[in-house]
Design a protein around this ligand. Structure first.
Ligand SMILES: N[C@@H](CCC[C@H](N)C(=O)O)C(=O)O
Length: 278
């Protein structure tokens, strides 16, 4: 039976490396990631099918994304992020927070980290309860339209306020906007938002590269917090975000429409460690 599954898997994903891969599984408010310690640079980084297989929830380990931790000449480490479709992508906020917890588990850092991701330098701190506070990129350009707001917080985000968040079919409605003329080939992540109080919002996100709703999106809630402030929906510079997988917070400073000292704050948890034949 095992051999038959291996043959099916090899046929579907088209690879066999004949090795055992050690991986760690992490989640940040339900956005889940496979972590690989790639400090020896053993991982075949251009193997899209391998990454898609590892992230596949039926044939592989299952995750929204895969992250490599690598050495960096100047900082504590480097982050390389792939979406579950197997393609390397732009910044992942929950992934970045989870990677800081992973770096702590590997004893690469203590309670603070400086690392480089695809969008540049990041500073982070982690406390004894594994609450990670991750500095995100500064944002100085926000497109405000009557029905939506668009900005880039390391990844592109479309933000739309809705009347009844529970009733939104995030997968279908998100895909329509993601593949619409508005965003062309590159696409965008799509966030549906409802306001709870002056400083609290609920968010559901369709993620590009997962092509489905995920339980949380870190760059997404960061974008929502800044967008709600820019649209005068809140006057607080610390915003709480309820997502399907838990709660996050985003703090920032704003001056003349530009945002700096943007921090994404929330839990990052180790789930399990394992080995998989690839
Ligand atoms: N889950 C992420 C966002 C990951 C990147 C996104 N799917 C994209 O390709 O733009 C987060 O927590 O920020």
């Amino acid at each position: 039976m095992f051999n038959i599954l291996l043959i099916i898997r090899t046929f579907v994903f088209e690879f066999t490396l004949n090795m055992k891969l050690t991986f760690y599984k992490y989640q940040g408010t339900g956005n889940d990631f496979i972590m690989i310690d790639n400090r020896t640079l053993f991982f075949p980084k251009n193997d899209t099918k391998l990454v898609a297989f590892l992230c596949n929830r039926k044939f592989g380990i299952g995750a929204d994304g895969l992250i490599l931790l690598e050495n960096h000449e100047k900082y504590d480490f480097k982050m390389v992020y792939y979406n579950s479709d197997g393609n390397e992508s732009s910044m992942c906020g929950n992934g970045g927070r989870s990677l800081v917890a992973f770096a702590k588990q590997l004893e690469v850092i203590n309670n603070e980290a400086e690392f480089e991701a695809i969008d540049g330098y990041h500073y982070a701190s982690i406390d004894e309860n594994n609450i990670v506070s991750l500095q995100m990129i500064d944002v100085d350009s926000i497109k405000i339209e009557p029905n939506y707001t668009f900005l880039n917080t390391g990844s592109p985000h479309h933000i739309q306020l809705v009347d009844d968040l529970k009733k939104v079919n995030v997968k279908d409605e998100g895909a329509k906007i993601r593949y619409s003329e508005l965003y062309g080939n590159a696409g965008s992540n799509i966030n549906f938002v409802s306001q709870v109080t002056n400083d609290t919002f609920s968010v559901r996100t369709y993620e590009r590269g997962v092509e489905d709703e995920t339980l949380s999106c870190g760059t997404g809630v960061t974008a929502v917090a800044l967008a709600m402030y820019a649209n005068h929906k809140t006057d607080s510079n610390k915003v709480k975000l309820n997502v399907e997988g838990g709660e996050l917070a985003v703090s920032f400073n704003e001056k003349n429409g530009s945002f700096s000292d943007v921090f994404l704050i929330g839990p990052a948890k180790f789930v399990f460690r394992g080995e998989i034949e690839i």
